[in-house]
Ligand binder design. Structure first.
Ligand SMILES: Nc1ncnc2c1ncn2[C@@H]1O[C@H](COP(=O)(O)OP(=O)(O)OP(=O)(O)O)[C@@H](O)[C@H]1O
Length: 248
């Protein structure tokens, strides 16, 4: 991937196995966000290919890629601040709903049935997120970490098979980070594949099945957490920052 003459990603290749939690790590400017942009269709790669469930998706717009099961949760998500937590999730589920406009406007039986089942699903989602006790609060009144959890809930409402999380622990305090870590595990346990970019090495080392390391646009390592922690090139590229802290 070239961006105005600069090679942001150079021959980077890796795969994400179904059901795994995979972390993409590396120092600032390594190319992690660029990789996410390419994978999710926000940037068209200058060369190479991206395959999703075996099919090439290069050139497809992000919403088409999302419809194929790859959903991305952004650092700043589209939480509706003036709606309740419950309504945020319900609206997101509605966007996946089957009832058409006329059914909804005329409140036909199909719509009412779907509405009931979506409300149940929204309640289950809040349980899953650990936000059930906040259901009736305005989203704007949530703590920062809770807003981030809700943002993931909104992404989950789109029913991903592969969920991309961009620095989920950024700006979270230790207990919020723990809550997030637990939730990512639960997402993985529910059968959803997770690819995340994260700087918190404690989190990365404890939840990842596989880790891919980028440095200056190159893939310098890929493997299991224990191998990555002992990889001399990774230690060199990362020493003094994340990995060192994780080993302390
Ligand atoms: N839109 C852009 N215009 C110009 N250069 C860009 C653009 N996006 C990324 N780059 C460059 O591409 C390289 C990779 O950046 P990228 O943001 O992908 O790194 P990163 O690993 O996500 O870093 P960080 O951890 O700081 O978020 C950097 O040299 C960056 O300056």
């Amino acid at each position: 991937m070239r961006i105005s003459g600069l090679v942001a990603l150079n021959d980077v290749s890796f795969s994400v196995q179904p059901g795994h939690i995979v972390s993409l790590i590396g120092p600032n400017g390594a190319g992690k966000t660029t990789a996410f942009n390419v994978i999710s269709g926000y940037m068209r790669p200058t060369a190479g290919s991206v395959a999703l469930f075996g099919e090439n998706i290069v050139g497809l717009p992000p919403h088409r890629i999302a419809a194929r099961g790859l959903v991305r949760s952004f650092q700043r998500t589209s939480v509706f601040n003036q709606s309740t937590v419950f309504d945020n999730v319900l609206t997101a589920l509605h966007m996946q709903g089957k009832a058409g406009l006329w059914q909804s406007m005329l409140r036909l039986p199909g719509f009412l049935r779907e509405e009931r089942s979506l409300r149940e699903e929204a309640a289950q989602m809040l349980d899953f997120l650990g936000l059930a006790h906040r259901a009736n609060d305005l989203a704007s009144n949530l703590a920062y970490g809770e807003q981030r959890l809700l943002g993931v809930g909104i992404a989950l409402a789109a029913k991903p098979r592969l969920l991309l999380l961009d620095e989920p622990a950024a700006g979270l305090n230790p207990s919020e980070t723990q809550a997030f870590k637990d939730m990512i595990r639960r997402i993985g346990d529910s059968g959803i594949t997770v690819l995340l970019v994260e700087h918190d090495m404690h989190m990365v080392m404890s939840i990842s099945d596989d880790i891919v390391v980028l440095n200056q646009g190159l893939r310098i390592a890929a493997g299991k957490p224990q191998d990555i922690q002992q990889n001399p090139e990774v230690i060199r590229a990362y020493l003094g920052s994340g990995l060192k802290r994780a080993q302390d």
